[in-house]
Design a protein around this ligand. Sequence first.
Ligand SMILES: N[C@@H](CCC(=O)N[C@@H](CS)C(=O)NCC(=O)O)C(=O)O
Length: 208
Amino acid sequence: MIELFAADTPNGKKISIMLEEIGFKYKVTNIDIYKGEQFAEKFKKISPFSKIPVIIDHDNNENIFGSGAILIYLGEKSNRLYEKDNRLKINQWLMAQIGLIGPLIGQHHQFHHFNPGKSKFGEERYFKITKKLYEDLNKRLGASKFLAGENFSIADIATWPWIARHEWHDIGLKNYKNLTRWYLEISKREAVVKGYDLMKNGSVIPKP
Ligand SMILES: N[C@@H](CCC(=O)N[C@@H](CS)C(=O)NCC(=O)O)C(=O)O
């Protein structure tokens, strides 16, 4: 059984979606990051940077932090969504999400959604960067069905929940035809619908 320590954020949803996709038994332990629960000493023992998500695999008592490492671990353990002969491509698109898409769109959330009016520089900078990420992803998805090729993979699972926050971005997802096609196709997956609602509070995937 996998215990997922998470909050209801794109990084948390990545892992619940993966667990639904591979059909592993899991339970979610909510870490209220708005109340600072990530800084509790007990949590820091399993998450050295005080971030969600983290998992404990109770089958072997393995503890894994960082959404990229968790997706790889679960991909290897289940032998699903992390095809052995396409790992070079999957890793590139997965790392791009971990190193670029997540951190940069995360800043856009901070300046544009949570703190508008506090920094014109920050708002303009991350709006422009997020728009460029939409353009780059749209271009890739014009040439490829999924991010790493023909098949849905952990790279898509890592990226999709960030695009699912498109209403906060104000970039206009509908203007990006290929990105919208990919977004809708993934939105229809039963495991994605279930995993999106990781706190079981009725969260519904936003329409483009
Ligand atoms: N690179 C990390 C990023 C994790 C991350 O930024 N998590 C956020 C929530 S989405 C968090 O725990 N924030 C709490 C804080 O920064 O205090 C991953 O992919 O797991």
